[in-house]
Design a protein around this ligand. Structure first.
Ligand code: FAD
Length: 382
C-alpha cells in the first residue's frame, strides 16, 4: 500500500486549490478559444514550485519524489479540463525529462531552468505527417554544417505548439540503419525558418493548442543536441515512458470526477418514480466502474513506488496507459448515457469529457502500440 506523507497530502491540497481557483473557472472560456494562456498559467504554477517537482534544485526544481508527480497529475486531471492538464503535462513531464536526464549543463541552464520558472513554454515535436506510431520513419532532417545543425521538415500535432518558446525536436541526423540515426535537439521557436504553419482544430482537448510546425533551413548549434548524437530514439523512448505514466495519473483523476459528478446527478434525477441511482442497473454499473478505477489507481501507485525505487517501469507505463485509456473512454460513454439528452448537450461537462476521451487511446502511443510493446515485453515476439 502506498504511503503518502503529510507533505504529499499538503501538495495535493495545494494543487487542488490552485486548479479549482486558476483553471476550473476558465475551462469553458479556454475550450471555446482553443487554447489556455500557457505563459500566464505557468508563471503562476512556478510561483507555487509546481513546474519542476522532481527536477534538480540546481535548475529550480524541487528534488521531490515521483509520488508528487502522481499527485500533481491526478489533481489536474480531477479538475480538468483535460486539454489544460495535457498542456501542463507537456511542460512538466513530456518535453523536459530528456533535457533533465541527458542535457548538458549549459542546455539545462538556458532551457530547463526557464521552463521550471514558468518563463518559457515548451513542446515536444516527434510526430510527422508520415510518422506517428512508427517513430523511426520520421523524415525531419538535421544536417551538420560546421558547428550547426540545419533542420528541415514538418512536425504535426504539437501540443503547446503555437505558444512554445522552444521545442524538444526528434530529427534524423544520419542515414544509418536501425535506431541510431535520430537525435533530440532543442530548437528555440524564434529561430529564423521555424514557423507555425497552422493551428489544428480538434474533436476534443480543445483548451490545448495543437500546431503543425515547419522547419526551413533552421540553424541551431550542435551544442543544442540533448545527450548524444544518435541516441535520440532511446532518449525519446525513455521520455515517452514519463508521458505514459502521467497520462495514466491524469486519466485516473479525471475518471474519479466523472463518476462522482454522475453519481450526484443520478441521486437527484427521478425516472419511473425514483432516483436513477436506485435503479439497480445504474448503481451496479457505477459500482463496477468505480471498482475498476480503484484497481488502476493502485496500479499507478505501485508504478510510482517502483519508479521511486529506481526499477524499470516499462511494463507499468505500458499497462497503465493502455488500461486507463480504455476505462476513461468507457466511463465517458457511460456518464454521457446516464445523463440522457442533457449529457449530449455541448453545455454539459459530459459532452466535453466524451470528446476528450479518445485521445487517451491515441496520443503518447496508441492502444495498439501499447499492445505491441507489451507483447514484446512479455516475450511473444522480438
Ligand atoms: C490531441 C493530440 C495531441 C498530441 N500531441 C503531440 C505532441 O505534443 N507531440 C507529438 O510529437 N505528437 C503529438 N500527438 C501525436 C500522437 O503522438 C500520435 O497521434 C500517435 O503517436 C499516433 O500516431 P498517428 O496519429 O500518426 O497514427 P498512425 O501511426 O498513423 O496509426 C493510426 C492507428 O493505427 C493503429 N496502429 C498503430 N500501430 C499499430 C500496430 N503496430 N498494430 C496495429 N495497429 C496499429 C492505431 O489504432 C493507431 O491509432 C498528439 C496527438 C493528439 C491527438
Amino acid at each position: 500500500m502506498v504511503v503518502f506523507t503529510a507533505e504529499h497530502t499538503a501538495l495535493r491540497r495545494l494543487v487542488r486549490d490552485f486548479a479549482e481557483r486558476e483553471i476550473g473557472p476558465y475551462a469553458e472560456e479556454w475550450e471555446a478559444k482553443g487554447s489556455f494562456p500557457a505563459h500566464e498559467l505557468f508563471r503562476k504554477m512556478a510561483g507555487l514550485d509546481l513546474l519542476g517537482l522532481e527536477y534538480d534544485p540546481a535548475y529550480g526544481g524541487q528534488g521531490a519524489d515521483h509520488l508528487c508527480t502522481v499527485i500533481l497529475h491526478e489533481e489536474l486531471g480531477r479538475v480538468g479540463p483535460a486539454g489544460v492538464a495535457l498542456g501542463i503535462g507537456i511542460q512538466t513531464d513530456m518535453a523536459t525529462p530528456s533535457l533533465h536526464h541527458f542535457g548538458s549543463e549549459d542546455l539545462k541552464q538556458r532551457y530547463l531552468a526557464p521552463a521550471i520558472r514558468g518563463e518559457a513554454v515548451c513542446a515536444v515535436a516527434v510526430t510527422e505527417p508520415d510518422a506517428g506510431s512508427d517513430v523511426t520513419a520520421l523524415r525531419t532532417r538535421a544536417t551538420r554544417d560546421g558547428d550547426d545543425w540545419v533542420i528541415n521538415g514538418t512536425k504535426l500535432y504539437v501540443t503547446n505548439g503555437t505558444q512554445a518558446d522552444w521545442v524538444c525536436l526528434l530529427a534524423r541526423t544520419s542515414d544509418e540503419p536501425g535506431h541510431g540515426s535520430l537525435s533530440q535537439i532543442i530548437v528555440p521557436t524564434d529561430t529564423p525558418g521555424c514557423h507555425v504553419q497552422r493551428t489544428l482544430d480538434k474533436l476534443g482537448m480543445r483548451s490545448s493548442d495543437t500546431a503543425e510546425l515547419t522547419f526551413t533551413d533552421v540553424r541551431v548549434p550542435i551544442g543544442n543536441t540533448i545527450g548524444e548524437v544518435g541516441l535520440g530514439f532511446y532518449q525519446q523512448a525513455s521520455q515517452f515512458q514519463n508521458e505514459r505514466l502521467v497520462m495514466s495519473y491524469a486519466a485516473v483523476g479525471s475518471m474519479e470526477t466523472a463518476l462522482t459528478r454522475t453519481a450526484d446527478h443520478l441521486k437527484t434525477r427521478e425516472v419511473f418514480g425514483k432516483p436513477l441511482i436506485d435503479h439497480q442497473h445504474v448503481a451496479f454499473t457505477l459500482a463496477e466502474l468505480g471498482a475498476r478505477l480503484d484497481v488502476l489507481r493502485h496500479y499507478n501507485y505501485a508504478a510510482a513506488e517502483a519508479y521511486v525505487r529506481g526499477e524499470d517501469v516499462s511494463r507499468f507505463a505500458t499497462v497503465g496507459k493502455l488500461e486507463t485509456a480504455r476505462l476513461a473512454r468507457e466511463i465517458a460513454a457511460v456518464c454521457l448515457q446516464f445523463h440522457g439528452a442533457m449529457g449530449y448537450m455541448e453545455e454539459m461537462w459530459t459532452a466535453r469529457y466524451f470528446r476528450d476521451s479518445p485521445v487517451w487511446s491515441i496520443g503518447g502511443g496508441a492502444d495498439e502500440v501499447m499492445l505491441y510493446v507489451l507483447s514484446r515485453l512479455d516475450g511473444y515476439h522480438t
